[in-house]
Write a new protein. Structure first.
Length: 478
């Protein structure tokens, strides 16, 4: 800071500058006008800089930068969203979203980002029509029309569209499960850039927060199990962007330079298809990239991709993302079996069956939803059903016996936690709000009248729900 600026307020500094500058009387008025204009411009520049600084002062605990929130565990410790709502109560706004997608809304400052895939209807006559294709499991067909893979930015205050960009337009090489879509991965941001991944297009694209394209990478197509479609989201940590691509061909995890998309390292993985998002966590000075899968949960060094440790025990089609406390990472899976393992973050080598596994369980774990780690307790549901378990993350001890959540049936969205409450959203759009307690205490049951598969986001006094056709901003009216 200029010491003279502290001694003299702005007008006195100007007077001091005038009196100290030898000018002719005839030029003094002109010079004074120039100085005043210059001072005004400097002031405006300073104000603009302050406004920019204020805009950039958003921190992760004031945002929802990652599909599982600022702590990557489903909790926003600073949020206090509404307890109750309905289609005509506490809906600040709802905005129609064209296309299809189940990506979680990402919130930073006054902006909301989400992805969608829009069928253009432009047919490739050289490709077979869906009705002419061979029968596949679950009735999956391959598209013969072009899709636009679109990034949307909405105004957080009004829900109005601020900008949209088409990241790619092409015909996906595979189809997707009837409950999936071509925009199920969520974007992520570090407050400087927005990182968007469309797995079915093989396209990673990065924009600034005003929609200006910064870089784009084509990572190619992969073969997902039974053409279910992809679902893993990218993770940003410092200057590195991490993406996991487990599939039924050659699986791999890759780290890209966040500034330009250059590949920094890649590790091939002996795994079949998964849909989980990696967890990036720092422990004892080393930052780990933890990927859960059917053969092994593996941890890689973020700096160079070196394998740090691995642990077997998960079941098939791993979809829930890992969560971690200060000592352990907890990984779960729930397709054709159940598995929950708490693995020490200071592990090295193959720790399968060793005391580096702090605890494990073999029932009641989720298939699609990820667990919620809230102040030392793990909340998770059984398969895709509304049967809740709560255990102590430190030792796996039962906090609440498996209990059915009244008012809910099927669940794909992952639960979120805020203000000592747990929000569980069912596929029919019903949200049951529970008290964070060792007994089942239902605080409210709310509906929006639209199916929901996307996980919610909670920021400040707001809760954002992406339905099949709309994005809802839920906020108590003042």
């Amino acid at each position: 800071m200029n010491p003279e600026a502290a001694l003299y307020p702005p007008q006195k500094r100007m007077d001091k500058m005038i009196s100290a500058t030898p000018v002719r009387r005839a030029d003094q008025a002109t010079w004074l006008r120039q100085l005043t204009v210059g001072a005004l411009l400097a002031c405006l520049a300073c104000c603009a800089g302050a406004a920019h600084a204020q805009q950039d002062s958003t921190t992760r605990d004031q945002a929802w930068h990652h599909w599982r929130g600022p702590l990557a565990n489903g909790v926003n410790p600073t949020a206090d969203p509404p307890l109750t709502w309905s289609p005509d109560q506490n809906i600040a706004w709802k905005s129609a979203i064209d296309g299809a997608g189940s990506s979680t809304p990402i919130v930073w400052g006054d902006k909301i980002f989400l992805l969608t895939a829009i069928n253009t209807g432009q047919v490739d006559p050289d490709l077979p029509k869906p009705e002419d294709q061979p029968r596949r499991p679950f009735g999956i067909t391959y598209p013969n029309t072009q899709y636009q893979f679109v990034v949307l930015c909405l105004d957080r205050r009004t829900g109005k569209e601020q900008w949209r960009q088409t990241a790619a337009q092409l015909i996906p090489a595979e189809g997707h499960h009837g409950d999936n879509n071509f925009a199920s991965a969520s974007p992520t941001t570090d407050g400087k850039r927005l990182y968007c991944w469309f797995g079915s297009a093989g396209t990673m694209v990065t924009y600034d927060l005003n929609g200006q394209l910064l870089w784009k990478r084509d990572l190619g197509q992969v073969n997902m199990r039974r053409s279910f479609g992809e679902g893993s989201s990218p993770v940003i940590h410092g200057d590195r962007l991490v993406l996991n691509r487990d599939n039924d061909g050659q699986s791999y995890v890759v780290a890209l330079d966040a500034a330009n998309g250059k590949e920094l390292w890649r590790q091939q993985r002996d795994e079949l298809s998964t849909w989980m998002t990696p967890l990036v966590v720092t422990h004892a000075g080393k930052t780990q990239v933890i990927c859960s899968a059917s053969n092994y949960v593996r941890s890689y060094d973020l700096a160079n991709g070196k394998l740090l440790w691995q642990c077997s025990g998960q079941v098939g089609n791993v979809t829930p993302s890992p969560v971690a406390d200060d000592a352990c990472v907890i990984c779960m899976s729930g397709y054709r079996g159940s598995a929950a393992y708490a693995i020490s973050l200071d592990a090295t080598g193959d720790v399968s069956g060793t005391d580096k596994v702090s605890w494990q369980q073999d029932r009641g774990t989720p298939y699609v939803p990820s667990p919620l780690l809230y102040d030392g307790w793990l909340f998770y549901n059984q398969s895709n059903d509304a049967i809740l378990s709560v255990v102590n993350a430190a030792d796996g001890a039962e906090v609440m016996k498996r209990t059915r959540i009244p008012g809910l049936r099927r669940v794909y969205a992952s639960p979120v936690g805020a203000a000592n409450r747990v929000y569980y959203v069912g596929r029919d759009g019903t949200t049951v709000v529970l008290e964070r307690s060792d007994t089942l205490r239902v605080l409210a049951t709310n509906a929006i009248g639209e199916p929901v598969d996307a996980s919610p986001a909670v920021v400040g006094k707001q809760l954002f729900l992406r339905g099949r056709d709309h994005l809802f901003c839920i906020e108590a009216k003042k």
